[in-house]
Design a protein around this ligand. Structure first.
Ligand code: HEM
Length: 131
């Protein structure tokens, strides 16, 4: 029997995001993209917590601008479908390791949806650069 509970509050969001990044930052392919000074990282994390908390519980505490952040990241390291597949697989694995339920399913489908949009948008930008 699955005894895991669903994502219930910010504390759970923090656990999800922290465990996700623990994996991402040890992946040889993704780690360099997230290699930033500790102070920057400490600014980044609360934005990720707010982002997911807002999607899950409509807290209104995420101020937006995420696409722009990834356009900038893509300028430093062009992001391709391989990056997205890895990012998403860590996100799915982490969510399933920790939680089970409607909210857990919701964050996975939302991440996939946003990842697909982002990948399409950045792919378009990267193809334009080549021409
Ligand atoms: C190839 C996959 C991805 C890579 C390599 C990536 C990389 C990054 C990087 C480098 C940052 C900036 C960190 C900083 O300087 O603060 C960032 C921020 C962020 N990412 Fe991603 N990301 C990916 C996919 C996604 C997806 C699919 C989502 C959403 C479901 C997402 C959500 C966010 C959010 C919410 C932020 C914070 C934006 C802000 O500062 O307001 N990322 N990501």
């Amino acid at each position: 029997m699955d005894t895991k509970s669903d994502i219930q509050n910010r504390e759970d969001v923090v656990r999800l995001v922290d465990s996700f990044y623990y994996k991402v930052r040890r992946d040889e392919y993704l780690a360099p993209i997230f290699d930033m000074p500790e102070a920057e990282w400490q600014r980044h994390l609360p934005r990720m917590y707010n982002f997911w908390e807002n999607w899950l519980f409509q807290t209104g505490n995420y101020e937006g601008g995420m696409m722009w952040v990834h356009i900038q990241a893509n300028e430093r390291t062009p992001l391709n479908v391989g990056h997205f597949e890895r990012w998403l697989s860590y996100f799915f694995i982490t969510t399933d390791e920790l939680f089970a339920g409607e909210k857990a399913e919701f964050v996975k489908s939302k991440a996939l949806e946003i990842g697909q949009i982002m990948n399409a948008k950045l792919g378009q930008i990267n193809r334009q650069k080549q021409t």
